[in-house]
Ligand binder design. Structure first.
Ligand SMILES: [Zn+2]
Length: 250
């Protein structure tokens, strides 16, 4: 099975306003953003054999620009009013928040703001110094991906603690289908993800039962030391490269 065929087995594309489905397949196929056949621990402490890595996409700013255009088209389609601030975490979601604010930049001069992140890469309830959300401002919450909804929840709370009005929540990818917290956010806010990922994950206590323990466990915080995945079924070679990288970092 080709890489793209495997991708198509785990990705559902939502109704698109601007892009065509082939644009999404091309983005995923070229970037190799989905890594298969691995052993990963997600930010949420869950274990899984598949990983979605937005850095693979954000290395191509032209792809990020296309995705932003799609989300802005969705905002128009939903009649979401003009947005003052786009907030994302200061991790991979930053590229996305920045680029959507750029794409949105209408008469008002839409700004971007970034939440600081903790050691694990999770957004915190503090803005990076120098960025702000003023009371009454209309805020769009964005992230590259959600799995448990925790990060989105933190970003929403941060905006609301600053008395901003959250007018929408946008993601590139939703890995949290069926997760209670994600469902709740979907019910309470205008919510959109361009793709839904059917990529199972499980509690790390089930590692022995469900994971391929022959494979070295990679923590999400180390993922960005990984070289960009190049071919399918190359996990071991890939991990060897990671090992070298990590030695250099240590
Ligand atoms: Zn495991």
């Amino acid at each position: 099975m080709s890489y793209l065929e495997r991708v198509k087995n785990v990705v559902n594309i939502s109704d698109l306003c601007f892009l065509k489905e082939d644009d999404i397949w091309d983005t995923l196929d070229t970037s190799k953003a989905i890594i298969f056949d691995g052993h990963f621990e997600l930010i949420s402490n869950m274990h899984t054999d598949m990983f979605f890595r937005f850095a693979s996409i954000s290395q191509y700013p032209s792809y990020v620009a296309k995705i932003s255009k799609e989300l802005v088209a969705w905002l128009k389609h939903e009649d979401i009013p003009e947005i003052d601030v786009v907030i994302g975490p200061s991790s991979q979601g930053l590229f996305f928040a920045y680029d959507i604010a750029r794409e949105l930049n209408g008469t008002k001069g839409t700004r971007a703001a970034y939440a600081a992140i903790d050691k694990k890469g999770r957004p915190t309830n503090e803005l990076v110094e120098g960025f702000e959300i003023k009371p009454g401002e209309k805020v769009l919450v964005v992230n590259d991906l959600t799995t448990t909804g925790e990060g989105l929840d933190t970003l929403i709370s941060l905006a609301e603690e600053k008395s901003g009005q959250v007018v929408g929540v946008c993601l590139f990818a939703n890995r949290g289908i069926g997760v209670q917290k994600v469902k709740k956010i979907k019910n309470e806010y205008k919510f959109h993800s361009i793709i839904d990922l059917n990529m199972p994950f499980w509690d790390k206590s089930e590692c022995r039962k469900k994971c391929d323990r022959e494979k070295k466990l990679i923590y999400s915080k180390d993922i960005n030391h990984l070289p960009i995945y190049s071919e399918e079924n190359e996990y071991e070679r890939y991990i060897r490269k990671l090992g070298k990288k990590l030695e250099l970092v240590a």
